[in-house]
Design a protein around this ligand. Structure first.
Ligand code: NAD
Length: 466
């Protein structure tokens, strides 16, 4: 591995002690070391180099943790993060330029502008399902904004966690970036300390714990949570293409994707009409026996496997249903005739089970959507401009996407994040800069010539009208 300019100095001894780690990073930030643009760009380039040079190690770790194929590991994790870095490097100068703001007439002459300043030391807590991307992509934003950062990978993806713990401090400035491995005790220990921002990706139950811990220090949080993202399908559309895209978005990473379509909300006759198309699309992508497909992932552990297989009885199995706990395999499964109150519809599935829930018409679909939690994403497959308009104005979700699931997060200019139960705050591209910076208001009024004397006390009737 090529050493970054910073690794020429001896790295401090790694420490498992949360207090010492956090204090060390605060001290680094206080030196101003992370503020120059050159430092930020050097970190981003070093991170990019790491992803290029260690691509094989990353691919192997992702395969060990989740059975990810090399292609999926590249497109959704390694390559995804590289694109995020490239986009950030391309635009960082512009994003960091102060922005002029008009000054009201009464205050002139004066200049007003906003400048982005780093927050300080941030904590990034990431989950197991995209264990590389969801640790590194927020880190890109944190470093680009000039912060020091503690990364806490998920203990449920141990191979990726170990890789990050070993390689990140070697590749990046070890005074500014630390990786703390572990689960609940280690994260709890970290959260006792004051950070300047906590960026958490995971489930809402832990999101509440993180937010409560951060509140003790008045630390702002970004919560990237999950939920049940619906795929609304109307019968008048191209059902074969809709089915292929839903299958692609749903069964990638064996359904363990926060923005995967959780269920199909089928309007009118779209439900029965979609069934053969979904079956055909699964066969087209994963073959007659997905257990033999190198492109189909595995369930992260036995506990999640048990949770998922218990949901298989909540509907008529259209296709799939096979499972093997020892190999953490669960076939891509479509369930029809699903009751909206069945357990599979009560919680985020986060696995390869796709229920189809039927509603008679668009009004019923909107009623169904609006009484439930605001999802991370809402997908719609329709040819109707009225449906598009009504979904845009009458529903709320982190994102709304027509014609394709999950792909909105590959558009770097779009903010990625939830609303309500699916989270708060957003990131990617310039939105990451917003998240990891403070936008400071700067006003500059020359002292020479002082027309403000017109408004100083003692007040007169004329002054009160200025
Ligand atoms: P997880 O179990 O890996 O937990 C996430 C992180 O929280 C881990 O680092 C873990 O160590 C830590 N953690 C767990 N319990 C904790 C506790 N009691 N106190 C402090 N820290 C604790 O992952 P998960 O939560 O099972 O992830 C799946 C969820 O994440 C799903 O709901 C999914 O939709 C959501 N998710 C959201 C996004 C997004 O970008 N919005 C991305 C991926 C996953």
């Amino acid at each position: 591995m090529t050493a970054s300019p910073q690794t020429a100095e001896p790295a401090p001894a790694p420490t498992a002690d949360a207090a010492a780690t956090v204090a060390r990073l605060h001290a680094t930030f206080a030196t101003g070391r992370t503020k120059p643009l050159a430092w930020r760009k050097a970190q981003l380039r070093a991170l990019r180099r790491l992803l290029v040079e260690e691509e094989d190690a990353c691919t192997a770790a992702l395969h060990a943790d989740l059975g990810k194929s090399a292609t999926e590991a590249y497109t959704t994790e390694i390559g995804f993060t590289r694109h995020e870095i490239d986009h950030t490097l391309r635009h960082l100068d512009r994003w960091l330029r102060p922005r002029r703001v008009p000054v009201p007439l009464a205050l002139r002459p004066a200049r007003a502008r906003t400048v982005r300043e780093p927050l300080g030391t941030v904590l990034i807590i990431s989950p197991w399902n995209y264990p590389l991307q969801l640790a590194l992509s927020p880190l890109v934003g944190a470093l680009a904004a000039g912060n020091t950062a503690v990364v806490k990978p998920s203990e449920l993806a141990p191979a990726t966690s170990a890789l990050l713990a070993e390689r990140l401090p070697q590749a990046l400035d070890p005074r500014a970036v630390a990786v703390v491995e572990g689960g609940v005790p280690e994260t709890t220990a970290l959260l006792e300390h004051r950070f300047d921002h906590v960026f958490y990706t995971g489930n809402g139950t832990v999101g509440r714990i993180v937010m409560a811990a951060a509140a003790r220090h008045l630390t702002p949080v970004t919560l990237e949570l999950g939920g049940k993202s619906p795929a609304l399908v109307e019968p008048d559309t191209d059902l074969a293409t809709a089915a292929r895209r839903i299958v692609w978005g749903k069964f990638m990473n064996a359904g363990q994707t926060c923005v995967a379509p959780d269920y199909v909300l089928a309007v009118g006759e779209a439900g029965p009409a979609l069934e053969p198309h979904l079956t055909a699309a699964i066969r087209e992508m994963y073959g007659p026996d997905p257990a033999r497909s190198a492109d189909y992932g595995r369930i992260v552990n036995g506990r999640h496997h048990d949770r998922l297989t218990a949901l298989l009885t909540d509907g008529r199995i259209v296709t799939g249903g096979d499972h093997d706990r020892d190999r953490r395999y669960l076939a891509p499964t479509v369930l029809a005739d699903v009751d909206p109150d069945a357990p599979v519809m009560r919680e985020e599935i986060f696995g390869p089970i796709l229920p189809i829930v039927r509603v008679p018409d668009l009004d019923a679909a909107l009623a169904f959507l609006t009484v439930r939690d605001k999802p991370l994403a809402l997908y719609a497959f329709t040819d109707s401009p009225t449906t598009r308009r009504r979904l845009t104005t009458e529903t709320s979700s982190g994102a709304l996407s027509f014609g394709i699931p999950t792909a909105h997060l590959t558009v770097p200019g779009l903010p990625f994040g939830g609303v309500g139960e699916s989270g708060q705050g957003g990131y990617h591209g310039e939105h990451s800069l917003d998240t990891f910076s403070h936008t400071k208001a700067v006003l500059d009024k020359p002292l020479r010539a002082d027309p403000l004397r017109l408004v100083y006390p003692p007040f007169t009737a004329r002054k009160s009208r200025i």
